[in-house]
Ligand binder design. Structure first.
Ligand SMILES: Cc1ncc(COP(=O)(O)O)c(C=O)c1O
Ligand SMILES: N[C@@H](CCOP(=O)(O)O)C(=O)O
Length: 464
């Protein structure tokens, strides 16, 4: 499989090079040249075979050629061995035909572990084979950072620098990033919001001299391997609920558009997905895009679902590329307009295609709290604020009640104990394996929102 950039001007790469490159050198994002199909009878055969074997069946066609089947299966087995639930991503029923797909049973209690644990294994494999080392730089609004640190801590061939918005992640999220003691881990608090952190990461990649000097690698969902690993749980969930014989809809709490783009890929592979619901908090650029056709950024507003406090959704570029018939120049034009004028109008055909596949909904802070309370009262489930946004949006757009609706449960409630406790009266506690972080010493560096200052810090701290 070969990978092309959404901006059409970067070298075409194989899977392993695309994974190590992260952002393409023209500033675009890598996508597969073609999307492999899984025919209905093969989807039916996935029933009951377990998460790991499904993961192999879904991902192998995207990977094949550069990583052997035995290496891939070994990496998958090691990646999920530490998950705290035998099903890895269990479904919990919350209504007659409504479900939550719990994605919080990994080591850092958020869906990010599904991809990060796997790419940790794949990086180790590929870097070891090449005798190469890299400097990972990532931006986080709370969950990607801890998942990346967990996956790469202590690895000789990797330094990890994670940028998070100072004062804008939950205390538990911050502690997950600042308490690891390994010398290759660096948590950096940026005086800005998540969009600033992500812009700094992209600016470092777009400075080609710096990128090469530091051997930069990305583990945000700009990295195709992240998105690919997230395609798998759409298959396991849909097959459990009757696919390929009946369609299933998904509501996805959305920020950077990586998780829901994975759903779009699953659908293109042949999984019968009816609707994909883009669920946003008050930072609702994507909801406004679906409803008005205008993609216009506003300032980021802090919410009780902080991981979704994002206005510049990286992976929306991947969808744009598809909506615009893979015209790289058209993508460049829209991205330029977003950068210079703060937004763009989606061309009419692109908007019609978007609406053919996606619905959207938005939850205010009060609505998020009310949803957490109602879920606790009606189902006994204590859900986190991001998942609550997904539940609220699903209810807003629920069409055919005969089609199962699956809300992606993207984080464990215990990552947000204050917000959840205030909403439903139950303060969730961390699983015992993470309790130590509440008292451990923190290590962080606060930096201004300034590219040169950050580059100087990386040069000084990275072991090269
Ligand atoms: C808990 C949680 N829910 C939802 C999201 C949004 O996911 P995405 O950025 O893939 O749209 C994030 C951040 O990515 C998250 O950490
Ligand atoms: N919500 C994310 C933001 C980064 O998203 P990513 O999927 O592109 O890594 C977070 O929690 O950090």
């Amino acid at each position: 499989m070969r990978y092309v950039s959404t901006r059409g001007q970067a070298p075409v790469l194989g899977f392993d090079d695309a994974m190590l490159a992260g952002l393409a050198r023209d500033g675009g994002l890598y996508v597969p040249e073609t999307v492999p199909q899984i025919p209905a009878h093969e989807i039916a055969d996935l029933a009951g075979i377990g998460y790991e074997r499904t993961a192999f069946a879904v991902m192998q066609p995207f990977v094949g050629g550069t990583i052997s089947d035995a290496e891939l299966y070994g990496a998958i087995e090691r990646a999920y061995a530490g998950f705290a639930h035998a099903a890895r991503a269990p479904l919990v029923q919350i209504g007659e035909n409504d479900w939550i797909l719990e994605l919080h049973h990994g080591p850092t209690l958020a869906f990010k572990d599904f991809a990060m644990q796997l790419i940790g294994q794949l990086f180790e494999l590929v870097l070891g084979r090449r005798g190469q080392r890299v400097t990972i730089v990532g931006a986080t609004s709370g969950d990607t950072g801890s998942a990346a640190i967990e996956a790469f801590r202590g690895l000789d061939a990797v330094d990890v620098f994670i940028l998070y918005p100072h004062g804008r992640v939950s205390e538990i999220q911050r502690r997950q990033m600042t308490t690891p003691t390994e010398a290759n881990v660096h948590a950096i608090a940026v005086e800005g919001d998540f969009d600033d952190c992500q812009a700094l990461v992209k600016a470092m990649f777009n400075d080609h001299a710096f990128r090469d000097e530091m051997s930069l690698a990305a583990v945000n969902s700009i990295n195709w391997a992240r998105v690919l690993a997230q395609v798998v749980y759409y298959f396991t969930a849909a097959v459990s609920l009757g696919a390929p014989h009946r369609p299933v809809s998904f509501s996805v709490p959305t920020g950077n558009f990586g998780d829901i783009f994975a759903g779009h890929v699953a659908k293109r592979m042949g999984l019968p997905i009816d609707r994909l619901v883009i669920a946003t908090n008050r930072n609702d650029i994507l909801h406004r895009t679906v409803t008005t056709g205008m993609h216009v950024k506003e300032g980021v507003q802090p919410t009780i679902s902080p991981s979704m406090d994002i206005q510049i959704s990286s992976n929306f570029e991947r969808l744009l590329f598809e909506l615009l018939d893979r015209d790289g120049q058209a993508v460049i034009n829209l991205m330029e307009s977003l950068r210079q004028q703060g937004g763009f109008a989606l061309p009419e055909t692109a908007l019609a295609r978007l609406r053919q596949e996606f619905d959207s909904g938005m939850a205010t802070e009060d609505e998020t709290r009310a949803t957490i309370a109602a879920m606790r009262e009606v189902t006994g489930q204590v859900i986190d604020p991001h998942t609550a946004v997904g539940v609220k949006a699903a209810a807003d757009v629920r069409g055919n009640a005969g089609t199962p609706m699956v809300v992606l449960g993207t984080a464990h409630a215990a990552k947000f104990p204050d917000a959840v406790g205030q909403a439903c009266g139950v303060r969730p506690v961390l699983p015992a394996r993470l309790a130590h972080i509440e008292l451990a010493r923190e290590r962080t560096t606060v930096v201004p929102n300034d590219l040169a200052a950050l580059q100087a810090l990386l040069r000084q701290e990275a072991r090269r």
